[in-house]
Design a protein around this ligand. Structure first.
Ligand code: C2E
Ligand code: CA
Ligand code: CA
Length: 730
């Protein structure tokens, strides 16, 4: 039974899901209205029936009873009237001496009138009674009473009335006795009729009471049933809305917690089912979108490898894990060799294909638990976990994996119908526990990767703390160098240049950095930093400006007015688009004679973009400025190039001067350079001349001009002026 009810309940619930909520509510309201209507009809009908029965008790039964009672009363009154009038008599002796009884005349007449009136009233009452519908038994009794009343009236009462009027005492008395007799005969009919009316009235009354009871019972029963049915229906309806709504809320909660795996099955067609289906669609779309967002946020779109963010997360976990296990792990940084040129020459599509291939080659060399990530460009990071408890063993393992990866990358491949031999440089550092931060590890791997790169590519290098220390110094110096110029920490030193024939020529200005804590810093330690950071541009301008101001100052002194100054120009500075404008601006502003200024350029600078270089040099030549080719002999400038360059001096590099007296090769090189200069018609000067032997050699070879410790180290201005004056006056 319970199963049956449960089944029914389940089926109704399912059925309800196919009906819209609006229709469900309307149906329930309609049903409630119908039930109320039926109840009202039943009640009204029952009440009407009861009312009819009660009305019939009173009108159909009690009124005739009243009539019959009145008739009976009147008949009784007649009897009393007759008796009263007959009792008041007087005795008169008539001539025959016989006593004659005489009635009270007035009373007799009055009684006669009243009896006539009563007869009339009885007649009309009886007519009223008989005009109402009568049952057969009643009819029988009425007929009988009609005839007995007829006999009573016409056979007794009317003769009695006549006797009363005519003063016939005996006749009146006789008729009175007869009337009494006839009344007694008619009375049972009247009584029986009365009884019948009472019985009928009682039946009607009982009927009314029964009807009332049955109506009440029916109405209460129907009401009870309706309440049960309506409550059940209401409950079903509420469940059919509330339960699915609860499901909807639960799904929403899960979605808000980022869970998109709820199975949503609904066959219903109502509003909530529609919401559920829409929710299902939304859930699956959100799931897809979240997966896409996750993919975008944590993976590189090209190679599908973890990106920097995910790598950091994995590194963090690896560090925590290693703290617990004490096992060494390793971070390997890979950078493809010459990737930029492949990308530039073969196009980005080919570059992308190479990256995808390299990614898959790296992945094939590592374990599932290890991570390979792409940091962007052609940089990959590999995270090797749980290598060994022993550092040396871990290093061996990491190295073998690294070599394997490098070999895998080095396999040739065809990209867009062209054969490629990719190679990579790899930096490697080990880690254990929390001895280094993620940034430290990445930096170490990066540093060692650059070491591998500069050691000739397709190589692997372990992290070297010394290299890092020098790099850190480099970084710190760069930061401090920014303050050098505004902080007046830069200074020019002057190194005298001599000529055996002409005496003092002038000087080369050499930059010095008076560091607030390190003291004097030489150019070898900071010029390359200034180059990389671009600081060489303002610094170089300052050097030129200061040198020119110095030349201008010397112009006022006849002993110094002929001095020349050589200023070093770095490649980055020279390649500034406004270099020529800057130099001519300084010349103009200081008003110095450009003939006294010499710019030193290196071979590599000149050869880089020879057309642009020659243009700039010619433009400056036009201003009267001379050029000297610094460190000459160390570069690769050919004679053909030299002839096209508007240079006025070659400066023999000090590496050839050092062993000029002892090394035949160096002597030959120096002689060749001097010969070249003579052939080209340009001046020549040697640098790094430390002793007399070297100077004598140079002089013998035909180079009388020189610069070097022999006659003076680079020195501050005042010392230089002192030296120069001393030499000039000698
Ligand atoms: P450089 O132009 O070849 O300058 C000559 C270098 O040789 C100077 O080193 C000088 O001190 C050194 N020197 C001179 N005579 C001798 C000698 O007899 N024996 C030895 N062993 N060395 C000698 P410094 O001053 O340390 O300058 C190094 C380099 O820094 C310069 O080489 C130059 O390339 C660069 N430099 C210096 N000042 C400036 C500057 O103002 N601007 C730019 N762009 N570069 C500069
Ligand atoms: Ca120089
Ligand atoms: Ca030099």
């Amino acid at each position: 039974m319970f199963k049956l009810v449960a089944n029914f309940h389940f089926n109704v619930t399912r059925l309800l899901l196919h009906v819209s909520i609006g229709v469900r509510l309307l149906s329930l309201m309609g049903l409630a209205a119908l039930v109320a209507l039926l109840l009202a009809i039943v009640g009204i009908q029952g009440l009407a029936a009861s009312k009819e029965s009660l009305r019939s008790v009173y009108e159909d039964r009690m009124l005739p009873v009243q009539k019959l009672a009145e008739i009976s009363q009147l008949m009784l009154a007649n009897r009393l009237l007759l008796q009263t009038s007959l009792s008041e008599v007087s005795i008169v002796a008539n001539p025959d001496q016989q006593a004659t009884l005489l009635m009270n005349r007035a009373l007799a007449l009055k009684t006669a009138d009243e009896i006539e009136k009563n007869i009339e009233t009885i007649g009309s009452l009886w007519q009223v009674f008989t005009s109402s519908p009568l049952a057969s038994r009643e009819n029988e009794l009425a007929n009988s009473f009609t005839s007995s009343r007829e006999a009573y009236v016409s056979g007794a009462l009317l003769p009695a009335v006549a006797a009363l009027r005519t003063d016939q005492y005996h006749e009146a008395k006789l008729m009175s006795a007869r009337a009494q007799l006839l009344f007694d005969q008619a009375r049972p009919d009247l009584k029986a009729l009365n009884q019948l009316q009472f019985d009928a009235a009682h039946a009607s009354y009982s009927n009314a009471v029964n009807r009332y009871e049955s109506t009440r019972f029916m109405a209460l029963g129907a009401l009870g049933m309706a309440i049960v049915v309506m409550s059940w229906l209401g409950m079903m309806l509420t469940w059919s809305i509330v339960n699915p709504l609860k499901q909807v809320i639960a799904i929403f909660r899960k979605i808000s917690q980022g869970r998109y795996d709820t199975t949503i099955t609904t066959e219903g067609k109502d509003e909530i089912s529609m919401v559920m289906r829409a929710l299902g669609d939304m859930q699956s779309k959100l799931g897809v979108h979240e997966a896409a967002i996750h993919q975008l946020a944590f993976f590189d779109p090209l190679t599908r490898l973890p990106n920097r963010r995910l790598l950091r997360d994995r590194l963090q976990r690896a560090l925590s894990m290693s703290t617990r296990t004490h096992l060494y792990g390793a971070v390997l940084m890979i950078d493809l060799d010459n990737f930029k040129s492949i990308n530039d020459s073969r196009g980005h599509d080919v570059g992308d294909l190479l990256l995808v291939e390299v990614a898959s080659r790296i992945r094939s060399c590592i374990r599932q638990s290890d991570t390979v990530a792409r940091l962007g460009g052609d940089e990959f990071i590999i995270l090797l976990l749980d290598l060994n408890l022993d550092e040396a063993q871990a290093a061996l393992l990491a190295e073998s994996v690294g070599e394997k990866i490098l070999q895998a990358i080095h396999q040739h491949l065809v990209l867009d119908k062209q054969l490629h031999h990719p190679s990579a440089s790899m930096g490697l550092c080990l880690f254990t526990g929390q001895n280094a931060s993620i940034d430290d590890l990445l930096k170490r791997a990066d540093i060692s990767m650059y070491q591998a790169k500069s050691s000739g590519r397709n190589a692997l290098r372990f992290y070297d703390p010394q290299v890092q220390a020098s790099l850190e110094t480099h970084i710190a110096l760069e930061a401090e160098l920014r303050d050098a110029l505004p902080g007046n920490q830069l200074q020019l030193y002057y190194q005298i240049q001599m000529d055996n024939v002409h005496g003092v020529l002038g000087a080369e200005v050499l930059l010095r950095w008076m560091h607030p804590t390190h003291g004097l810093v030489l150019p070898d330690q900071f010029i390359s930093i200034a180059e990389e950071s671009g600081l060489i541009v303002p610094i170089g301008e300052w050097v030129l400006q200061t040198a020119c101001e110095q030349l201008k100052a010397w112009e006022r002194d006849p002993r110094a007015e002929k001095l020349l100054l050589s200023v070093n120009v770095s490649a980055r500075q020279f390649r500034q688009a406004d270099f020529v404008a800057m130099v001519s601006g300084v010349l103009k502003q200081t008003g110095v004679n450009p003939q006294r200024l010499k710019l030193e350029l290196t071979e590599s600078l000149v050869l880089h973009n020879i057309v642009d270089t020659v243009d700039k040099m010619k433009a400056l030549n036009c201003h009267g400025i001379h050029f000297s080719m610094d460190d000459f002999g160390t570069g690769y400038s050919s004679l053909a190039h030299l002839t096209t360059l508007p240079i006025q001096q070659l400066k023999i590099d000090r590496s050839f001067v050092r062993n000029i007296a002892s090394n035949r090769n160096d002597a030959i090189i120096v002689q060749t350079i001097i010969g070249m200069a003579n052939n080209l018609g340009v001046a020549v000067i040697a640098e790094g001349v430390e002793d007399e032997e070297q100077r004598a050699c140079l002089e013998r070879f035909g180079c009388p001009s020189y610069q070097g410790y022999l006659c003076g180290k680079p020195m501050p201005l005042l010392e230089f002026e002192e030296l120069a004056m001393r030499v000039i006056t000698v």
